[in-house]
Structure formats: structure tokens, C-alpha cells
Design a protein around this ligand. Structure first.
Ligand code: NAP
Length: 370
């Protein structure tokens, strides 16, 4: 796919740099040493905020409505903490959460923001030099009207996170009404020093252009649009969202980048995922996916990479894309680190896109079509 890049976009893409970041490395004795390592970072759109080439999604942390077989316990909490610490150890320091992630109502459950805040606090006590970039999101619920609701929701998120500000604040989805007020609320949050960059999520091309224009009048760049994007869910390439992000210099943050585990090769027609995912990634769907998974495995073997690393690398090869795979434990987080520092050839990128186009995509989040 030929990418048309405007000057604005070119400057955004070229603002990728290797920075000497403090990175914690576990020693053989199990203690943690801190050393400075080169970590590639990328600016979020036209903002000053830089993040690592991959982020980690924290939706499943504390969640009992979609993930974790509807149960949360101490073992899962320790696994989530290991996911956080392993990510930081492998140089991935960008974490995505939301005020609606995790649970607050059911017994023993906890919000994802609260967990992330605790993990950051504990880690900073051990390694004060570690820099974590936090992205969280505003839920555009119908009863939330006006710009004030954005700042007040953000303050509640900051309280759960135990942080004075976050690096990125996003509108989680477009509201039924009140959208202009929400955009002004984002700008207010920047001006009040509560957030370093602002973005949106599940925004169509039309809404993206309008939000970009409105923020520009306040002198603030729209840094990102977070949308569903993976090798088997390429709607952003088809509906103008990817090309608009490239044209306007907005970073595309790719959610569900490994298709909720379906692209890792671990689920098969006879081993479908449990819970609500099982109704999406059915045995029939996974049968049709097998030829693609087999080719992903073959390509991965030639680089000594796993399928998960290949499909994340495929997204990074699209340029101007930051994938945020969800990690439930340390092993998963460690694997993500191996998706960066190498690149599929253009021929492999195109071959995989062409094979993936044979697979009928699953149904996405309807709001992205609003
Ligand atoms: N803005 C939005 O509307 C929106 C919507 C969805 C997601 N998001 C964000 O995007 C993040 C990622 O999306 P997602 O969680 O939907 O999907 P994803 O990243 O495509 O898949 C994550 C799931 O894949 C499995 N997995 C992870 N690493 C693996 C590995 N190395 N090997 C095998 N399986 C692995 C895990 O589940 P199992 O171990 O149970 O298989 C994990 O929970 C979320 O955490 C959230 O921050 C945003």
C-alpha cells in the first residue's frame, strides 16, 4: 500500500528518536539493577510527549465483565503486576488504561487505573528514575454534558492513579451529544497542567478532522486516535482513518492488535478462547484463519520470532502506528518486547495483508462508524 504523506505527517513520523532511557534489568541474584539503555521512542502526533514504539493495554487488569472468566483474585493481580514490571524491564513504559476498565461493583474486583497507579508507585519506590507514560480515557456517557465533565472525570482518574498528571488523555468514544464541549474540556485539561497530550478513540475520519480543527484553534495538537487495528481488522485502512492520521500528523494507537489472542496461534478450531471471546473467535472463524496463522508462523521462524511478534511488527511497519497489546502476565509482556528492533520485508508485509484479506473480519465496536 502506497502511503501518501503530507509535510505535517512527515514531520510527525520523523520525530522518532532513540533516547537514553533508564531501564531496570533483573540480575541473576534476582535483584534489580538500573542501567541506561537506548530505547526507541516516538512523539505522540504533534505533541511533545514521547512514548515507546509499543504500549501495554491494561483493560483486563481487574476486569470481571469480559476478561478473566468473570473472576478476579490475588493470583491474577500478581500476574498483572508481573506484566507491568516485565514490560518496564524490557523497555516498554507506555501503559493504556481507562476509567471504565476493571471493575468497581463486584466483590473483590478493582479498577484498572487503581492497579496501574499502585504498580507505578511501587516501582518508583524501587527505581525513582524509571519514566512511565500513562494514557487513560474519558467515558462519554450520555449524562455527561459540557467541558467541565472532562476535567472532573480526569481528576477522579488522577486520584485513582495517584498521579498529578497523565501523559495522554483520550475521549474513549464519541458521545451521542456534547462532543464539542468534550474537545474544549480536553484543551482545558492541557491548560490546567493535568495532561501532557490529548487524543480521541474510535473516531471516524469526519470526527477526527473536526476534533483536529477545534483543538488547533486552541493551539493544541490532536495527538492520537486509538482504534481497532490488526492484520485481520484493517477498517482504519479502508475508512480513511489511517490516511487522515498520516495526513494530519496524528498517531494511530492500535487496540486489539493481536485480535484478542486469535493472531498468536494459541487458539485453534479445537481450542477456542473462553468467555465472550469464544462467541467472536469461533471454531469456524479459527478454521478459516489457519492458513494465515501457518504463514505467520513460517515467516516468524525465519526471524526466530513468534507469531505474536510478527503481527505486532506488521503493525509497526505501517508507520505512525503504536500497538497496545494487552498483557495479563509477565510472559506475555516479555514476548511483546521481541516485536521491536527488526522489520518484516515489504514483500512479507504485503503478502500477509493479501492473505488476511481472504479472512472475513469480525464485527468491531459500532461507535467507530458513528
Ligand atoms: N479504545 C477502545 O475502545 C479499546 C477497545 C479495546 C481495547 N483497547 C485497549 O487496547 C488494549 C489491547 O486490546 P485487547 O486487550 O482488546 O486485545 P489484544 O491486545 O489484541 O489481546 C490481548 C489478549 O491476548 C492474549 N495474549 C496476550 N499476549 C499474548 C501472548 N504473548 N501469547 C498468547 N496470547 C496472548 C491475552 O488473553 P488470554 O491470555 O486470555 O488469551 C490478552 O489478554 C486493551 O488492553 C486496551 O487498553 C481499547
Amino acid at each position: 500500500m502506497a502511503l501518501h504523506l503530507s509535510n505535517a505527517c512527515f514531520s510527525a513520523l520523523s520525530r522518532s528518536s532513540k533516547v537514553g532511557a533508564v531501564r531496570a534489568v533483573a540480575s541473576e541474584q534476582g535483584s534489580v539493577a538500573v542501567k541506561t539503555a537506548e530505547v526507541e521512542k516516538l512523539s505522540l502526533g504533534g505533541s511533545q510527549q514521547q512514548v515507546t514504539r509499543i504500549g501495554i493495554g491494561a483493560w483486563s487488569w481487574g476486569d470481571t465483565s469480559y476478561w478473566n472468566n468473570f473472576e478476579w483474585d490475588d493470583r491474577k493481580m500478581k500476574a498483572a503486576k508481573a506484566a507491568f514490571d516485565t514490560s518496564v524491564d524490557s523497555g516498554i513504559t507506555f501503559f493504556d488504561t481507562a476509567e471504565v476498565y476493571g471493575s468497581r461493583m463486584s466483590f473483590g474486583a478493582i479498577s484498572s487505573e487503581t492497579l496501574l497507579g499502585r504498580f507505578i508507585k511501587e516501582r518508583k519506590q524501587r527505581n525513582p528514575e524509571v519514566e512511565i507514560a500513562v494514557a487513560t480515557k474519558f467515558a462519554a456517557l450520555p449524562w455527561r454534558l459540557g467541558r467541565e465533565s472532562v476535567v472532573s472525570a480526569l481528576k477522579e482518574s488522577l486520584s485513582r492513579l495517584q498521579l498529578p498528571c497523565v501523559e495522554l488523555y483520550q475521549l474513549h468514544w464519541p458521545g451521542i451529544w456534547g462532543n464539542e464541549g468534550y474537545i474544549d474540556g480536553l484543551a482545558d485539561a492541557v491548560e490546567q497542567g493535568l495532561v501532557k497530550a490529548v487524543g480521541v478513540s474510535n473516531y471516524s475520519e469526519k470526527r477526527l478532522r473536526a476534533a483536529h480543527e477545534q483543538l488547533k484553534k486552541r493551539g493544541i495538537p490532536l495527538a492520537s486516535n486509538q482504534v481497532n487495528y490488526s492484520l485481520i481488522y484493517r477498517l482504519p485502512e479502508e475508512n480513511g482513518v489511517k490516511s487522515t492520521c498520516d495526513e494530519l500528523g496524528i498517531t494511530l494507537i492500535a487496540y486489539s492488535p493481536i485480535a484478542q489472542g486469535a493472531l498468536t496461534g494459541k487458539y485453534t478450531p479445537s481450542n477456542t478462547p473462553s468467555g465472550p471471546r469464544g462467541r467472536i473467535y469461533t471454531s469456524e472463524f479459527l478454521s478459516k484463519l489457519q492458513p494465515l496463522i501457518n504463514r505467520i508462523k513460517e515467516i516468524g521462524e525465519s526471524y526466530e520470532k513468534t507469531p505474536t511478534q510478527v503481527v505486532l511488527n506488521w503493525l509497526i511497519a505501517q508507520e505512525n502506528v503504536v500497538p497496545i497489546p494487552g498483557a495479563k502476565n509477565g510472559e506475555q509482556a516479555k514476548e511483546f518486547g521481541g516485536a521491536i528492533g527488526w522489520r518484516l520485508t515489504n514483500e512479507e508485509v504485503e503478502e500477509l495483508r493479501s492473505m488476511a484479506s481472504e479472512v472475513k473480519p469480525v464485527i468491531g465496536f459500532p461507535v467507530e462508524k458513528l
